[in-house]
Design a protein around this ligand. Structure first.
Ligand SMILES: Cc1cc2nc3c(=O)[nH]c(=O)nc-3n(C[C@H](O)[C@H](O)[C@H](O)COP(=O)(O)OP(=O)(O)OC[C@H]3O[C@@H](n4cnc5c(N)ncnc54)[C@H](O)[C@@H]3O)c2cc1C
Length: 399
């Protein structure tokens, strides 16, 4: 691997730091999932998202014709690292529009879909916010077992079924929806298709699903005779499985790419907290922080390797799964070390983190509660490890 950040990336990092300083409240620290949960945080994130778009940063590596700047993947990476480090909200608005719906549309969408949706996503506007409809009550890891059906009726498809755990469905204008279009296909993954569905269409009901902390992040989404124009089919009918494997790769890759900036910031905050409170005499704390720093630097190198492969025209197959599993591992480790450092202060209810006793804006207790969920989203760690075994190590397929 050969990589080098040049003057361009250095200038960009500086501009992003200045942007963060100007646009964010003093001592800002991002707290996971706050944007989805609370209206005021969502609105703030949307306003920042618009500014990021005006700067041309939101989708900087996209081609100019679709609202991007044609920037290199290395510039995009520098942006992601820096923006995540400073906790700039709104960088991933729409839980997927920027990171996986846009890139997937570029690969598989018709010209009509590309022309309509890509500039909307790039604009940072509310109409460019997407949720992702994959999981169902009886189909999570076993994704190919989805039962939500789309049946062709003239120029439309009629959709019936239910999705679950749909993050930000209550905030989204569009849904990136996986459905069954052929229930008699000889293999179940062969009868799947993908649709762009307007969440304002009649027949769609979004019901909140609070997580165990009480956050409203995800939802149940019901489809009752929802009529979608046939032109909203993405790619070929019944070939959705292959497209979705690409979309999931983009999704997993994005989690890992942003992970380094976020994790490094939390580590730096913990070090500062220990310094201010003279906590370094405790070997468990010193060792824990040193361990974390090794993991976070390793994470950076793994993410760079993935980007390097892409910059040479390669398609990462197992690498996004590897990067995501490693990020999950770091989050867990950081949650344990962080709660150990904060002691009793880490026991504050994450919903009450604006308490005057809460340290580091409550991000450690928040992380402690939420890391298990993060290790499930976009494919559980076990599923990711199976992918690494099969595609990275050439082991036989696991069932
Ligand atoms: C925070 C969060 C956000 C989410 N957002 C979305 C979203 O926006 N859209 C969406 O569609 N879904 C979303 N999900 C759902 C997520 O994709 C599923 O929870 C995940 O795919 C697991 O499916 P499941 O919950 O049905 O668990 P199951 O698939 O029932 O798995 C249960 C357990 O069995 C293990 N397991 C299952 N199969 C295997 C196997 N073959 N080998 C080894 N172990 C196995 C799993 O690892 C897990 O530990 C979200 C979940 C969370 C927690």
């Amino acid at each position: 691997m050969d990589f080098k950040f040049g003057e361009k990336e250095g200038k960009l990092r500086k501009e992003i730091r200045e942007f963060a300083k100007k646009e964010l409240p003093p001592n800002w620290l991002s707290v996971m999932f706050e944007e989805e949960h609370r209206d005021e945080d969502w609105e703030f994130a949307m306003s920042i998202s618009k500014k990021l778009s005006e700067k041309g940063w939101l989708t900087m590596s996209w081609p100019e014709e679709y609202g991007g700047k044609g920037a290199s993947l290395w510039e995009q990476l520098a942006y992601s690292e820096e923006a995540s480090y400073w906790g700039i909200p709104g960088t991933t608005m729409g839980v997927g529009g920027v990171d996986w719906v846009g890139p997937s549309l570029m690969m598989f969408g018709t010209d009509e879909l590309k022309k309509k949706h890509l500039p909307l996503i790039a604009s940072g506007d509310a109409d460019g916010v997407w949720c992702t409809g994959y999981s169902e009550p009886n189909a999570g890891s076993d994704f190919a077992s989805i039962r939500t059906r789309a049946v062709r009726d003239g120029d439309e498809y009629v959709i019936n079924g239910q999705k679950i755990w749909t993050s930000a469905a209550h905030r989204s204008r569009w849904c990136w929806l996986a459905v069954k279009t052929d229930i008699d296909a000889p293999k179940k993954h062969k009868g799947i298709s993908v649709f762009a569905v307007d969440m304002k269409t009649e027949g769609i009901t979004v019901r909140p699903l609070l997580n165990y902390v009480g956050y409203h992040i995800f939802n149940e989404v019901f489809f009752d005779d929802v009529r979608v124009p046939a032109t909203n089919l993405v790619g070929e009918e019944n070939r959705g499985w292959y497209q979705l494997m690409h979309s999931l790769g983009y999704e997993r890759g994005s989690v890992a790419g942003r992970g380094y900036g976020y994790n490094k910031r939390i580590l730096d905050e913990l070090i500062m907290y220990c310094r201010e409170n003279h906590l370094f005499d405790e070997p468990a704390i010193r060792n824990g922080l040193a361990d974390l720093s090794i993991e976070i630097e390793t994470q950076k190198m793994l993410a760079y390797e993935t980007i390097y492969k892409m910059s040479k025209g390669g398609v990462p197959i197992y690498e996004p799964s590897r990067d995501k599993v490693f990020n999950d591992h770091i989050l867990e480790h950081m949650a344990f070390i962080g709660t150990g450092i904060l002691g009793g202060y880490a026991q504050i209810d994450p919903m009450n983190r604006k308490s005057r006793w809460s340290k580091l804006k409550g991000c450690i207790e928040n992380l402690y509660w939420l890391f298990p969920g993060i290790s499930l989203a976009a494919g559980t760690d076990e599923v990711e490890l199976n992918i690494i075994g099969q595609y990275g190590l050439n082991l036989p397929k696991s069932y």
